[in-house]
Design a protein around this ligand. Structure first.
Ligand code: NDP
Ligand code: 8X3
Length: 257
């Protein structure tokens, strides 16, 4: 197996893209550190990994917004888990869909603290070890919202533009090392993303994917696997993935029922 014996850390491994990526990396032979807030879900994903792929896993119940907890939990990892080879910065969310001038600052803070500052805290803690060991892959999960802005997307799009800038910045800063830095930037993926954005309104969430076949977490996981299984001299900078019925952040084709 191409990733046999490698250790991968996936943030936001309790659901959606992160869960699918953790399972896909385990399938390729990785041992998994599963990070997220919902510990029962982490354990469930871990049990599935053990049962289906027989690799090792460790649950790390951490809120990425808590800089101290991120540092303490990662620095306190048992020896076996210290040498992280692959970091998937996936934890993130949208909260609300208001016009900017009508938006709730608590939503803004939640998105900025999770999508930008959380990604920074994890990266700052994990990457120095990779540099010391002279190997490591960092894959950020950005978004088409990091390339385009759509009505109501304002602050979420700003956080994903920031992720895009941080991906590019980290790649520049690591150019004199063997480390690789990549981003996978999806369009519409049906996960818990829209339920979270619309604060539990399942009907409104479902409507986002109405009349088209959206991507799945597994589709994005395969792009991540592609990136981390390239030969050492190949660095995939960016993969943008749309459903076939989507052509930009705002242009989608829906079959009306
Ligand atoms: P989900 O809501 O299904 O998953 C989000 C994951 O992030 C969960 O595992 C959640 O875990 C975790 N998470 C959220 N906040 C925190 C936090 N403070 N600390 C730790 N973990 C956290 O959505 P997706 O799988 O769709 O989203 C994953 C990433 O993909 C996000 O960065 C999102 O912006 C991006 N993306 C999604 C797209 C889509 O259409 N779905 C398209 C483009 C990008 P828990 O709640 O247990 O902490
Ligand atoms: C999630 C995709 O288009 O809802 O990043 O912003 S979109």
């Amino acid at each position: 197996m191409p990733l046999s014996g490698k250790i991968a850390l996936v943030t936001g491994a309790t659901s959606g893209i992160g869960k699918a990526t953790a399972l896909a990396l385990a399938r390729e032979g990785c041992d998994l550190i599963l990070l997220g807030r919902r510990v029962e879900r982490l354990n469930k994903v871990g049990d599935e990994i053990k049962k289906r792929f027989k690799t090792n896993w460790l649950a790390l119940p951490v809120d990425v917004r808590d800089a101290g907890a991120v540092k303490a939990s990662l620095e306190g990892l048992p020896d076996f888990w210290q040498n992280i080879d692959i970091l998937i910065n996936n934890a993130g969310l949208a909260s609300g869909f208001s016009k900017l001038h009508q938006g709730d600052p608590q939503d803004w803070e939640l998105m900025i603290d999770t999508n930008v500052k959380g990604l920074l805290y994890v990266t700052r803690t994990v990457v120095p070890g990779m540099v010391k060991r002279g190997k490591g892959d960092i894959v950020n999960i950005g978004s088409i919202a990091g390339h385009e802005v759509y009505p109501g997307g304002n602050v979420y799009c700003a956080t994903k533009h920031a992720v895009d800038a941080l991906t590019k910045g980290l790649r520049l800063d690591l150019v004199d090392t063997p480390l690789r830095v990549s981003t996978v930037d999806p369009g519409l993926v049906e996960t818990e993303f829209s339920v979270v954005r619309f604060k539990g309104d399942e009907e409104r969430a479902k409507n986002v994917y109405r009349g088209l076949q959206p991507l799945t977490g597994e589709d994005i996981a395969e792009a991540v696997v592609f990136i981390v299984t390239r030969p050492a001299h190949v660095q995939i900078a960016e993969i943008i993935v749309f459903p076939t019925a989507q052509a930009s952040a705002t242009v989608v084709h829906r079959k009306e029922e």
